[in-house]
Design a protein around this ligand. Structure first.
Ligand SMILES: Cc1ncc(COP(=O)(O)O)c(C=O)c1O
Length: 411
């Protein structure tokens, strides 16, 4: 079954066609391709007839006909008898393992409950474009940045300061996702047989990463009512673990948020037992507008390691996360990291700088693929746009992306 989109809506999304540096039909096809790729015109949507779109855009019919043909050639649309031109994504031939992780369905009535991850919000493609423009000065360097690009570490440190947790760039290590960050922590700080307290139930990939070095995992229950710091304190006293892994912000899978008081109590219990808290904040940025989040766990626990992620806030395809660690711990973590990988990809790091710097202008993650009922209620609503309403949020992201961070020498 396909849904429809009106010609006026398509015209609004595409915006003004300039026709300056390429034929108009290519500009239109490119605009539509980006909108389909970003999910703002979802797959399996019936595009308006050529005549309707021609009128709405004020272009010739040949322009629309050729743009639709270009979309079909590039597999972003297909002609269906009786349905006209219907959008699609040219990604069907995914490997079996990837489909197990995120089954693919173009049926707009299917809600994918398999994976709690959004598709990319508007602005990600523009951030990549800006990143490509900034790449040349880095090409003359070796390209390895094991702790991450300084600019990104600075920007990430600022986000912690904004949340009331003063942080220096030297405390940040950029990793290939939050999960890779957890693996670095396990590699650096556990030995076979060490105990690690983990919430129960918990995000299973994290426990696999933490058990990587044959640590013994000790469950600490999270009930429907939430955490029980007193019970956890007793478990910690008995098990004498090396680390305690917790997800205080929209816990996976319960979706619960740990209160300020619980954070303080939990942190004090771990400190008494000399246990290092490993705080996974992968979901922190998902607070809906108007919901005030408690202060970061590390404000109660200066010795904590905090794990962050770009996946839920922006896009999992960036494969970027980071660790915020007490500065003296950084050399140990860096040695461990370099036994796993030598750094995160440069282009993505440049793109993430743009996304963070422009995060209040870009749209929210798009609904395709939003899944887990636990996090569903905590999905962000559209951030307000300080530049005022715009017919094309991507335009705002683009102008911000290009101007705020001119190419600079590699660091
Ligand atoms: C609690 C938690 N941590 C980490 C991750 C993985 O994050 P990343 O994609 O940055 O590796 C997820 C993904 O769902 C998660 O729920």
């Amino acid at each position: 079954m396909s849904r429809n989109i009106s010609a006026s809506r398509v015209a609004t999304l595409v915006g003004r066609l300039a026709g300056e540096d390429r034929p108009l039909y290519l500009e239109l096809a490119e605009g539509l391709r980006l909108l389909i790729g970003e999910g703002r015109i979802p797959a399996a949507t019936r595009l308006p007839s050529e005549r309707e779109l021609m009128t709405a855009l004020g272009v010739s019919r040949t322009t629309v006909t050729r743009a639709y043909a270009e979309l079909r050639d590039r597999e972003y649309a297909e002609s269906r008898r009786g349905s006209g031109t219907v959008t699609r994504l040219p990604l069907r031939a995914q490997s079996v393992t990837d489909r197990v992780f995120a089954p693919w369905s173009e049926d707009p009535d299917v809600i994918d409950l398999n994976c709690a991850a959004p598709s990319a919000p508007a602005g990600v493609a523009a951030a990549y474009e800006a990143a490509v423009a900034e790449l040349p000065p880095y090409l003359s360097s070796h390209g390895y940045y094991p702790t991450g690009l300084t600019r990104l570490r600075e920007v990430l440190a600022e986000t912690y300061a904004e949340r009331g947790l003063p942080t220096t760039p030297e405390q940040i290590m950029v990793t290939s996702g939050a999960l890779a960050g957890a693996a670095v922590v396990a590699q650096a700080l556990t030995a076979p047989g060490d105990r690690v307290v983990v919430e129960d139930p918990v995000y299973p990939n994290a426990t696999r990463a933490l058990g990587h070095r044959s640590a013994r995992l000790v469950p600490a229950p999270v009930d429907p009512d939430g955490w029980d710091p007193a019970a956890t304190a007793a478990i910690v006293r008995q098990a004498a673990p090396r680390l305690a892994y917790l997800i205080p912000d929209f816990q996976n899978p319960t979706g619960l948020v740990m209160s300020d008081a619980q954070r303080a109590e939990y942190a004090a219990a771990l400190k008494r037992a000399r246990v290092i808290p490993v705080v996974d904040e992968a979901h922190e940025a998902l607070a809906p507008d108007g919901q005030t989040m408690p202060a970061p766990f590390a404000t109660h626990s200066p010795g904590a390691i905090t794990i962050g992620s770009a996946s839920k806030q922006f896009w999992g395809g960036l494969r970027l996360g980071w660790l915020r660690v007490p500065e003296p711990m950084m050399p140990t973590l860096l040695r461990a990291r370099m036994s796993l990988d030598l750094g995160a990809p440069l282009l993505e790091q440049l793109a993430l700088v743009h996304l963070i710097e422009n995060r209040h202008r870009c749209g929210p993650p798009i609904a395709n693929g939003w899944a887990s009922s636990a996090t569903r209620s905590s999905r962000p609503s559209a951030p307000s746009c300080p530049t005022g309403p715009t017919t094309d949020p991507r335009a705002a992201c683009r102008s911000g992306a290009g101007s705020r961070n001119p190419a600079r020498a590699p660091r």
